[in-house]
Design a protein around this ligand. Sequence first.
Ligand code: E4P
Length: 219
Amino acid sequence: MIYLADTADIEALKKLYSFFPLEGVTTNPTILKQSGLKLSKAIAEVINIVGKGMIHVQVLSNRAEEMVAEAKKYKEYFDLGNNYYAKIPVSVEGYKAMQILKDAGINVTATAIFTQQQALVASRAGADFVAPYVSRLDNISSHGIEVVADIVTNTVEFDLPTRVLAASFKTVDQIHRVSMVGAHSATIGPDLLMQLVAHPMTDISITQFEVDGKDLYDI
Ligand code: E4P
C-alpha cells in the first residue's frame, strides 16, 4: 500500500514530506476551505512541496461539462502532466465527466464512494483510482473495511487496472485493516500519518540506546 497525504495544510505537509515516504496529495473542497487558501494558491503551494508526486484535485462543480472544463483547466494551469488526477464524485454527472476526461487523456480519481458497485461502475467509466470513504461508512453503522475489501476483490477478479485509494480515516486501526485487505493506496490526514510511525516502546528503546551508546563512539 502506498501513502498519500489528505491535506492542504502547508506546514503539516512540509513536515511530513521531510521524512514520510509519501506518493502524493489529495484535496477536496472541505480540505481547501480548512487550509484558509483559495484553490490556486493552495494547489501551487502543495506542488512546491510534492514535486513530482501525484496531486488529486477535486472539482468544485457538479455538472459534467463544468467538471470537465474545470479539470482540463487545472491540468493546464498547474502544468502537472501525468501527475495530475481529476477527482470526480460518483454522481450521474460525475460518471459522465469521468468518461469524457479519460477520452481526453486526463487521469481520474473517482471519489465519495460508499458501495462496491459505485466503485465498479467508476472503474468501467475509466477511473484510475476509486476512493471509498471508510470512516464515513463506519459512522453510519456500515462497514468501511468490508466495502474496501469487496472493491479490492473486484479489481483482482476482473483484472481491473483501477487502484483502490482508501480514504476518510479516523483511526490507525482502520488504516491497518485496509492495508491487510489489500488496498493499493490510502490517503490519510497529517495527524494520523504521524500516529502511524509513533510508538511509546520505540521511544523508550531509542532513549535506552542513546544512554548506552553515549561513550562508545571511537572511530
Ligand atoms: C479523500 O479523497 C476524501 O475526500 C477524504 O478522505 C474524506 O475524508 P473525511 O471523511 O475525513 O472528510
